[in-house]
Design a protein around this ligand. Structure first.
Ligand code: GDP
Length: 291
């Protein structure tokens, strides 16, 4: 992971940080780099204003100071929200939501493996029941991760009933963490949100929902934010998972998305392999982003 950081700003800013002194072009260059990296106009303006004020206050002209202040400022912004997964309930039920193609199935597979490495007994529920291929793909990931899965008994079975059966099995058989995949057909947004609400209601009759994780594709940048809103409004999202950061030059999306949604990023996907999922650590992220 350390080798592949195309989302790092340090490439775009290297020239600037290597200069002898901070001058007027510095601020334009910085603004361009942040916009290009998908910080979004609001966060970009705040970050640049904040840095200008600090540079004045500390009367520095050294671009190295600017780099350090940028890194610290980004870390501080990100650390305002708590990225810790709350998985203490037994079973801890996690609903995974998001539109098709963002990397939901892959994330569940990676997450299951991640939890297995901590010796957790994990059960996956395949509640995206309309796409037979989706169930098969999820089953393949479950096998790779070495965890069990509850499949629909028939294609198109009520997703809420699959979720119910999954949680029931988890309670009866002592599974510690339940990951429930859900549908992501955005064409029928109203229907999808109703379906998610029903799943929530049915699950909550048996166990509290520990987390609702919304998966977002970092390469979709600001468009992903529009998608996020509907889920946040209707699905009770508690955390975000950003996928495909490895293929994106848009690391600033991390700040934009936390700023706009007020919801913490809890997991980050950086590749298609089963090991390419990590928790989100503001300090590490800021360090990698800014250098
Ligand atoms: P779903 O429709 O949301 O379930 O999406 P999938 O899990 O099937 O993923 C869609 C595509 O994105 C697949 O080709 C995955 O291999 C790919 N993908 C998922 N997560 C990542 C990631 O973190 N990095 C990269 N590069 N590709 C990813």
């Amino acid at each position: 992971m350390a080798e592949r950081t195309p989302w790092s700003l340090s490439g775009a800013l290297r020239g600037m940080f290597a200069k002898k002194t901070i001058d007027e072009t510095t601020w334009d260059d910085l603004e361009d780099a942040l916009i290009h990296a998908d910080f979004g106009p609001d966060v970009t303006e705040e970050v640049v204003d904040d840095l200008r004020a600090k540079v004045e206050r500390y009367k520095t002209t050294d671009p190295k100071d600017l780099q350090r202040m940028l890194r610290e400022g980004i870390e501080e912004r990100l650390a305002k929200l708590d990225p810790t997964l709350k998985l203490t309930e037994r079973p801890a039920v996690v609903l995974v939501v998001g539109v098709n193609g963002v990397g939901k199935t892959t994330t569940i597979g990676k997450f299951a493996r991640f939890l297995r490495t901590y010796d957790r007994k994990v059960l996956i529920g395949a509640a995206d029941t309309f796409r037979a291929a989706a169930v098969e793909q999820l089953a393949t990931w479950a096998e790779r991760a070495g965890v069990d899965i509850v499949r629909p008994q028939a294609q198109g079975q009520d997703p809420a009933s699959v979720a119910f059966q999954t949680v029931e099995k988890a309670k009866n058989e002592g599974y510690e963490i339940v990951l429930i995949d859900t549908a992501g057909r955005l064409q029928t947004k109203g229907g999808l949100m109703d379906e998610l609400s029903k799943i929530r209601r049915v699950v909550e009759k048996q166990a509290p929902i520990a987390e609702v994780l919304l998966v977002l594709d970092a390469t979709t940048g600001q468009n992903g934010l529009a998608q996020a809103e509907a889920f946040i409004e209707h699905a009770g999202v508690t955390g975000l998972v950003l996928t495909k950061l490895d293929g994106s030059a848009k690391g600033g999306f991390v700040l934009a998305v936390q700023d706009k949604t007020g919801i913490p990023i809890k997991l980050v996907g950086q590749g298609e392999g089963i090991g390419d999922l990590t928790g989100f650590t503001p300090h590490v992220f800021a360090q990698k982003l800014v250098g």
